[in-house]
Design a protein around this ligand. Structure first.
Ligand SMILES: Nc1nc2c(c(=O)[nH]1)N[C@H]1C(S)=C(S)[C@@H](COP(=O)(O)OP(=O)(O)OC[C@H]3O[C@@H](n4cnc5c(=O)[nH]c(N)nc54)[C@H](O)[C@@H]3O)O[C@H]1N2
Ligand SMILES: Nc1nc2c(c(=O)[nH]1)N[C@H]1C(S)=C(S)[C@@H](COP(=O)(O)OP(=O)(O)OC[C@H]3O[C@@H](n4cnc5c(=O)[nH]c(N)nc54)[C@H](O)[C@@H]3O)O[C@H]1N2
Ligand code: SF4
Ligand SMILES: [Mo]
Length: 727
């Protein structure tokens, strides 16, 4: 029998509405949902590949156990019991900190994984949660906690009304942006221009976005903080914005003004490569626009000044009067006030936990993953001995790459991977557990509720039952929590859910407490929509739009309700602007930056049978003159080298890339993948050349610095004929 079911994609932050066609239990097609109130028929090739993902014969379908060099299929009961026994023994011998969890990016797109995964290790008594947001956006989370009191406060550009949008370090046409939910980002940007507004894109590469919309301002890698400091300088020293108005809603105004005082546009021009008149023009146009917004993303987060840049950007939005105004930036509430909820639960504030060396704190509930190898190898009674990896592939995503982390992981007593596939990290695991995919689980976009340009809510049931022995993550973590012996008393979901459900199973007719029932309670508390309404409208419902004038002094979550414009750790870190000025101004080095591709998502989707991948795997992009200086021709095999290591890959020459910049996408090089199609693709793991360790972490937030490192590029040999595309 053929049916169709409404659902939504959870690969990236757009959460596009989808319709899945199901025939005799098989997903035969996935279409964009034209009736979705926000995405309105928008979707990309990855979301449309979710059916193929579900049906992929190379998915992980059964629990596996490593025996020697082989993986053996075992039962769930055996897997849970053995893992439980090993964790109990480790905790008995060494204490709970022996156990750690790494949450990869898809964790945060699953209501049940958000609810249960960190709760599992915390229920054991371990603070050792590491998350992919520390190789993505930790700087934003730290700065928001410091300035606004909560890591989830990220004022959202009012894209449908703004007159001036300046984007730094983002390529919306490919990525759809981040820490922001907007459908069809390119369309939204085009809308600004169509209304007579301006879009400015600051990027070392002429990107896919710039080809479609906006004005391109090339910048030297790693230098955005200097540009932002100079724009603030123009506003405070040359334009004399009304600081009296700012003082009513913020503290630390004078300290902030002092930090930017030395950064004239002329001085910033020498570092950024952006002419001083351009900087002055941008600051002026931004301050004068009738509603303007500055937005930055991973191209700045991952640079040397991620936290300082985000702080200065927030300050610019506030000082120019654009924060909390229509056409500027707004702070939506979501289906329930996520900010109030996380404040009530103590989420998103700083806590007392530190890494064993005392150096790193948790940001948004997790330690920086760049510190993970040291936490495993350190000679400390609390060193990590067991690692659970869920929805992640740290071997590919963490700087220092496969070698450094793989060596550290070699010292672990237990590694468990919970995933859809046997990825490169799972190749080091003792147990590999199969999770359900998006079509096999119910869901709600909990993490991005306060980040939507157009507030809306949608709930999806599982579209098809879980195939084979794939299991929902809330069940996996419930079972693990029980088997690992979490103490009876405690406050996390991993304490409560398994015990409650064991009790309920003994009472006839009592349904289990599922994530959906918890969601229903939250929605009832929020009173903006309800589970019955969301069931009646499987395509999703619009929520009241975010209101200007509701955030400042009212919903700011600091203790005094004021924005903190001069958090001491950020003021102190701004001193590095001086220290690194000479190095970042150099024009005689090549600096490495990244890029994403429409057809993949970080290190996954490369195996998807429905999506054809670029011929030759990942490539280095280089400016023709930089290439000529090194005797490199288009298509040559080159070696990219740093103090950390080397990779070899083919090179393409293009003047889309500024001089002094080499571009290499991450997530490639699948030699040890369990997926034959991904394994067959050529490519190299660029994180092998990105240096790791404390010297390469944002000192404030622990965010890994993954951009703007100096590298050498040399020709290895001419490239033989490019291999054909794999489809
Ligand atoms: N198709 C696809 N979509 C994705 C993903 C994917 O892998 N594939 N990943 C998803 C994830 S996890 C995330 S976090 C988001 C990220 O979304 P974005 O943050 O938009 O990330 P990118 O597309 O990599 O764009 C970063 C841009 O920064 C530029 N850049 C590099 N260095 C600098 C610099 O020093 N200064 C400035 N101003 N720019 C610089 C790069 O040239 C690049 O164009 O995308 C999400 N969407
Ligand atoms: N050099 C460099 N490194 C980078 C970046 C960069 O731009 N440059 N980008 C960084 C960014 S922004 C990010 S977010 C990180 C990502 O880092 P990670 O999250 O560690 O890596 P991913 O490649 O996204 O791997 C996600 C894994 O989750 C699995 N998966 C998908 N859905 C589910 C699910 O529902 N449940 C479970 N259990 N598993 C699932 C996939 O099969 C895949 O194996 O990489 C970072 N690394
Ligand atoms: S991956 Fe594509 S289909 Fe899925 S939410 Fe993002 S843009 Fe939409
Ligand atoms: Mo990310």
């Amino acid at each position: 029998m053929a049916t169709s079911a409404r659902t939504f994609c959870r690969i990236c932050e757009v959460y596009c509405g989808l319709v899945a066609e199901v025939e005799d239990g098989r997903v035969t097609a996935v279409h964009p949902d034209r009736d979705h109130p926000v995405s309105r028929g928008y979707a990309c090739v990855k979301g449309l590949g979710l059916g193929a993902l579900h049906e992929d014969p190379h998915r992980l379908d059964h629990p596996l156990k490593r025996v020697g060099e082989q993986y053996q299929r075992i039962s769930w009961d055996q897997a849970i019991a053995e893992i439980g026994a090993r964790v109990r023994a480790l905790v008995d011998a060494h204490g709970p900190r022996a156990v750690a969890l790494y949450q990869g990016n898809p964790t945060f797109f699953s209501f049940q994984a958000v609810l249960m995964s960190a709760a599992f290790v915390e229920a054991l008594g371990s603070p050792n949660v590491f998350a992919s947001h520390s190789i993505d956006t930790n700087n934003k989370f730290h700065v928001s906690t410091a300035m606004y009191g909560l890591s989830l406060v990220h004022p959202v550009p009012d894209l449908h009304r703004t007159r001036f949008l300046m984007c730094l370090g983002t390529n919306p046409t490919v990525s759809q942006m981040s820490v922001l939910t907007v459908a069809d980002a390119t369309g939204a940007l085009r809308g600004i221009v169509a209304r007579g507004g301006r879009v400015v894109v600051v990027d070392p590469r002429r990107t896919e976005t710039v080809r479609k919309v906006g004005e391109h301002v090339p910048i030297r890698p790693g230098t955005d903080a200097y540009l932002l400091a100079a724009m603030l300088h123009v506003l405070t020293a040359e334009r004399a914005v009304d600081l009296g108005r700012v003082r009513m809603v913020a503290t630390g105004v004078d300290e902030l003004v002092a930090v930017v005082a030395p950064w004239t546009p002329e001085r910033a021009a020498a570092v950024t490569g952006i002419p001083a008149p351009t900087i002055r023009g941008l600051a002026t146009a931004y301050a004068d626009a009738d509603g303007a917004a500055l937005y930055m993303s991973t191209g700045v987060n991952m640079g040397p000044f991620g936290s300082v840049a985000y702080w200065l950007l927030q300050a610019l939005n506030l000082l120019s009067g654009n924060l909390d105004r229509a056409g500027g930036l707004l702070v939506p509430e979501g289906a329930f006030d996520v900010l109030r909820l996380s404040a009530a639960l103590g989420l998103g504030t700083f806590d007392e936990h530190r890494t064993t060396d005392g150096r790193w704190h948790r940001v948004a509930g997790a330690f920086p993953v760049a510190a993970l190898p040291d936490e495993i190898t350190t000679d400390h009674p609390d060193r990590i001995r067991a690692l659970f990896v869920t929805a992640g592939n740290p071997l590919h995503s963490v700087p220092g790459g496969s070698r450094r982390l793989a060596e550290a992981m070699g010292q672990l007593d237990l590694v468990v991977s919970i995933d859809l596939y046997r990825n490169e990290t799972a190749a080091l695991a003792d147990y590999v557990l199969p999770a359900t995919d998006m079509l096999e689980r119910s869901d709600f976009a909990i993490t991005h509720q306060a980040l939507q340009v157009v507030p809306h809510a949608q709930w999806t049931p599982a579209v098809v039952p879980a195939a084979h022995e794939r299991r929902e993550e809330w069940r996996i973590f419930s079972d693990l929590a029980e088997a690992c012996g979490t103490p009876i008393l405690g406050l996390t979901a991993a304490h409560a859910l398994p015990r409650l459900n064991r009790l309920l199973r003994r009472l006839p007719g009592q349904p289990e407490v599922t994530p959906d029932r918890i969601l229903a309670l939250l929605l009832r508390w929020g009173r903006r929509t309800s589970m019955p309404e969301l069931r009646r409208h499987p395509e999703g419902v619009l929520l009241p739009p975010a209101q200007p004038g509701t955030f400042l002094c009212r919903r700011v979550r600091t203790s005094d309700r004021l924005v903190h414009l001069a958090p001491p750790e950020l003021v102190a870190d701004a001193a590095r602007l001086d220290t690194l000025e000479a190095e970042l101004s150099r024009t005689d080095v090549l600096r490495l930056v990244g890029r994403r591709d429409r057809r993949s998502h970080n290190s996954w989707m490369h195996g998807n049978p429905r999506i054809s991948q670029p011929a030759g795997g990942n490539r280095a992009l280089l400016h023709p003159e930089d290439a000529a200086q090194r005797g490199i021709l288009d298509g040559d095999l080159v070696e990219v080298a740093s103090e950390a290591g080397t990779v070899q890959l083919p090179c393409s020459l293009t003047d889309d890339v500024a001089r002094g910049v080499v571009v290499v996408p991450h997530g490639w090089g699948h030699a040890t993948s369990g997926h034959p199609r991904a394994r067959a693709l050529p490519g190299a793991n660029v994180n092998d050349v990105i240096p790791a360790g404390p010297a390469h972490m944002d000192p404030v937030s622990g965010q890994a610095v993954m951009l703007a490192h100096a590298v050498q590029v040399r020709r290895v040999q001419p490239q033989p004929d490019t291999p054909p595309a794999v489809s």
